[in-house]
Design a protein around this ligand. Structure first.
Ligand code: NI
Ligand code: MN
Length: 223
């Protein structure tokens, strides 16, 4: 069972013994919630959903320190290579098999933070399980397709509103995705994205079949 650790805001670490370690959106040094310093991260792959500072974050530092590969859209992968990092470019709807499993880029309705780019989410097949990380996005109906095309074991959803889905839209997202388990993120980092994860948990468990696990920064689950 893969181990997922929440490092604060939208940053997650995905590990399994004997497998490559993945980190999502490594915003750590400027992150008031960060559970780890960027210099402490050990990772082989870095998945970056878009180039806003709270997602691209310390990606280049972590990549250089670890000789890790950045997996992102073509625009961000190109920028990362320009900074001297290893990168693998994918784009929306595209899937690629890495030594640890496959990664497929999903749409995300949000700014890319880089000229010409798109924001994205990820479906990651890792250690036999399917994980969806939505990135920063508003709700969209095609989330139904994401769960239909790949039966999910776990969905990670932003709930903080203002920049992304808020609680009620994230509940609908969970009903579209049909993952048996959901974890909220992208809330309470700053006052503008203040949200009560207990409210999300109550609503999502009442209205969908999903079980919600709230992770404080530094906490982990196996799924
Ligand atoms: Ni953003
Ligand atoms: Mn964000």
């Amino acid at each position: 069972m893969p181990k997922l650790t929440f490092l604060g805001h939208a940053c997650f670490l995905l590990e399994e013994e004997g497998e490559s370690t993945l980190i999502f959106d490594p915003f750590l040094s400027a992150n008031p919630q960060a559970a780890l310093k960027a210099e402490q991260v050990k990772a082989d792959y870095i998945l970056v959903s878009h180039a806003h500072h709270d997602h691209l974050g310390d990606a280049y530092t972590v990549a250089k320190n670890n000789g890790a590969t950045i997996i992102s859209t073509a625009e961000i992968a190109g920028a990362a290579q320009g900074e001297g990092c290893q990168a693998h470019a994918l784009h929306i709807g595209g899937k690629y098999s890495f030594p640890f499993g496959w990664v497929k880029l999903t749409p995300a309705f949000h700014g890319s933070g880089i000229p010409g780019g798109h924001a994205c989410g990820f479906v990651v097949h890792y250690a036999g399980k399917n994980l969806y990380f939505a990135g920063d996005t508003g709700l969209f109906g095609d989330m139904k397709l994401i769960g239909e095309l790949t039966p999910l074991d776990l969905a990670l959803l932003p709930i903080g509103d203002n920049f992304t889905m808020g609680i009620d839209d994230a509940v609908m997202a969970a009903s579209f995705l049909k993952a048996p388990r959901v974890v909220p993120y992208h809330y309470n980092t700053w006052p503008v994205i203040k949200a009560n994860p207990e409210e999300f948990k109550k609503k999502v468990e009442e209205k969908t079949g999903a079980q919600c696990t709230i992770l404080a920064p530094g906490e982990s689950i196996r799924y």
